[in-house]
Write a protein that binds this ligand. Structure first.
Ligand code: 3PY
Ligand code: ZN
Length: 635
């Protein structure tokens, strides 16, 4: 543009400009070849066609029927109805919390865009598939309490495996859904990662997430340790005008005398009071493994409603297939919001079935009306889309009451099977589950949710793969090298458990290392953001967006790889999922919106043989014109 302006300038055209500098510096005319977006997209597709998408490689089933999903019917001309987002803007967070607590009809959080696919499909759901239905969902179901769509593992997975910018996903969803609260899961002091971050990084992260679109911050600590949550609650309350929803992670069974000595009703009520005092607007009961049975829910929710004045939001996983009954009892006991997932992405390790839970309560005084036909259309959409992600299915077929014994969180349980398979331990899957429960006892019976659950899982896999039992830990521990994550846990890196660590186990794991009991974040220097902007620029050669700097600070290595991918292939989030994972078949065509309103149609014409440089020439048809591209065959 700058050069064009110079050339078109009247003085330049009249030949009166002093152009000696330009004349004397021919290097000014050496332009770095800038690949256009379409070429980068072809480069990505070419690579998938020749070498496969590494994320699904070796797991392809040629017989799979990958149909085009049918979009739900929606009257796009009807005005968008006001929803909970408008209510929050109208009342502010404290007023909103009071309003919610006084609501008679039950509210629903739809977790389809976060926990459901994190628990069923290894978090692989792409922005592309979400955006196809986000706006129509906002039109058809404006009475939904919130859409959980961000945080947890989605941040890491978006960058690492989908090569997408999680911030862009959030911004786009916000734009598509202006009327319903958007919700995220944040692991307190561990943010959206697996370790403690400096407080001022979490603070800026929270502010930026609110600015980009998050309304409800569901905050938890993986050991139910209040100091791990307090700072984050404060950031949401004091630095944003959004809702701080702090969680009690539910473990054990308050009605089982064998399991309720440590995790008793009193324990949960004490935590709830502390959460209210810390300034949360909403209390979440986060039942990450699906252990809260119906009568326990009745007792817990009743007692909580009598103890605190916050609204109560219940989250569970349907691993046992019992949790619809839990919701029924919780609704009767006065719970304010329950988490559900659209039918085709519900059940098993995901949340209970939205469509069916609405029907369960029809006729009950707290029933909230939804357009059931439309909910079913959305469910059918996801049913077809789910097929695209078949390599990420966990292979679990039915609910299991074993979960009450091993207490493995939903998302982790569906992951554990493929993890065991990758280590060649699938035939020991039963032993791994039992060992998980044994490790929990060895560790002193702790709360197990990311990241503490991951450490218990690491230890279980370590023991099973080395043919060891938990009894060996104390007997032979001095000569064993435990996984790094186990050492970090016992050192205090992710906080303190109720009642402290068992000292004999701690000694054998840490050996000479000294544990600490204060907040791990206190040991971390605050981030100097000005300096980090400069470091970013020095490393990546451009200033970047602030959200890029944040992603880099949270996940340095993952971000570097993501960045390199973007430089080479551009924004791949716009590529339809079938083409993204499986490339194109000869004769296939796909439409790609490479920029707003700018579409290209890409067809695959032919794939050439490997030449002497180890490359193949791929002939594409791009908007009716042949384009060929060289791809190295790495097979
Ligand atoms: C996460 O931390 O990602 C979870 O979903 C925990 O339940
Ligand atoms: Zn969950």
């Amino acid at each position: 543009q700058f050069l064009q302006n110079i050339i078109a300038h009247p003085i330049f055209m009249a030949g009166e400009a002093n152009v000696d500098f330009i004349k004397d510096h021919p290097e000014l005319f050496k332009f770095k070849a800038r690949q256009d977006r379409a070429t980068k997209v072809l480069g990505f597709l070419g690579n998938v066609i020749v070498n496969g998408n590494p994320d699904v490689k070796g797991q392809l089933d040629p017989k799979r029927d990958l149909r085009k999903p049918r979009l739900p019917e929606v009257d796009a001309s009807s005005p968008l109805q006001a929803g909970t987002k408008d209510k929050l803007t109208e009342l502010g967070p404290d007023g909103f919390a009071k309003w919610l607590r006084a609501e008679k009809q039950i509210h629903y959080t739809d977790t389809t865009l976060r926990d459901a696919h994190q628990s069923l499909l290894a978090t692989r759901m792409r922005t592309f598939d979400m955006l196809k239905v986000a706006e129509s969902y906002a039109r058809m179901h404006p009475q939904t309490f919130s859409l959980e769509c961000w945080g947890g593992a989605t941040f890491d997975v978006a960058l690492r495996f989908l090569h997408e910018d999680p911030w862009e996903r959030l911004a786009k969803l916000r734009k598509a859904v202006p009327n319903i609260l958007l919700q995220m899961l944040i692991r307190g002091a561990n943010g959206v990662g697996y370790k403690a971050y400096p407080d001022n990084l979490t603070e800026r992260f929270v502010q930026q997430a609110a600015e980009t679109g998050i309304d409800v911050f569901r905050i938890f600590d993986s050991l139910n340790w209040m100091p791990g949550m307090e700072a984050c609650i404060g950031f949401v309350r004091n630095k944003t005008d959004r809702l701080a929803e702090a969680s009690i992670c539910y473990t054990g069974d308050i009605l089982d005398p064998k399991r309720n000595r440590k995790y008793s009703l009193d324990y949960y009520l004490r935590l709830a009071r502390q959460i209210e005092e810390a300034g949360a607007h909403i209390l979440c009961i986060k039942d990450m493994a699906g252990l809260l049975k119906p009568y326990a829910a009745q007792e817990l929710i009743t007692a909580l409603r009598n103890t605190i004045s916050l609204p109560i939001h219940l989250h569970t996983h349907d691993t046992s297939s019992l949790q619809a009954a839990t919701y029924l009892k919780a609704v009767e006991a006065g719970v304010d919001v329950v988490d559900v997932a659209l039918g085709s992405l519900s059940g098993l390790t995901s949340q209970p079935n939205f469509n069916s839970i609405v029907e369960m309560l029809r006729g009950q005084e707290r029933h909230r009306e939804f357009n059931q036909e439309s909910l079913n259309e959305f469910s059918n959409y996801w049913d077809t889309v789910r097929e695209y992600y078949y390599p990420f299915e966990s292979g679990l077929k039915a609910g299991t009451s074993e979960v009450f014994q091993h207490e493995i969180p939903g998302g982790q349980y569906s992951n554990l099977r493929p993890q065991a398979a990758a280590l060649g331990l699938l035939d020991k899957f039963e032993t791994i589950k039992h060992t998980f429960a044994d490790v929990n006892q060895l560790f002193g019976d702790i709360v197990k949710v990311t990241p503490s659950s991951k450490v218990v899982g690491d230890m279980a896999l370590y023991l099973v793969s080395n043919n060891l039992t938990t009894a060996d830990v104390l007997q032979k521990g001095e000569s064993l090298n435990f996984p790094e994550s186990v050492r970090e846990l016992f050192r205090g890196d992710i906080g303190q458990p109720e009642g402290g660590w068992p000292q004999d186990v701690q000694r054998v794991i840490l050996k000479d290392e000294q544990p600490f009991t204060d907040r791990p974040n206190e040991h971390l220097a605050p981030i100097d953001f000005e300096q980090e902007w400069q470091n970013f620029e020095a490393k990546f050669g451009q200033r970047g967006k602030f959200t890029d700097v944040l992603s880099w600070l949270l996940y340095p290595k993952v971000f570097e790889q993501y960045w390199a991918h973007v430089q080479e292939f551009g924004d791949v989030s716009v590529i339809p999922t079938k083409a993204f994972y499986y490339g194109l078949q000869l004769g296939d065509e796909t439409l790609i919106e490479i920029a707003r309103g700018k579409n290209i149609i890409v067809g695959l014409q032919s794939i050439g043989p490997v030449n002497e440089d180890g490359c193949r020439t791929i002939f594409f048809n791009l908007n009716g014109q042949t384009r060929n591209i060289e791809i190295r065959d790495t097979a």
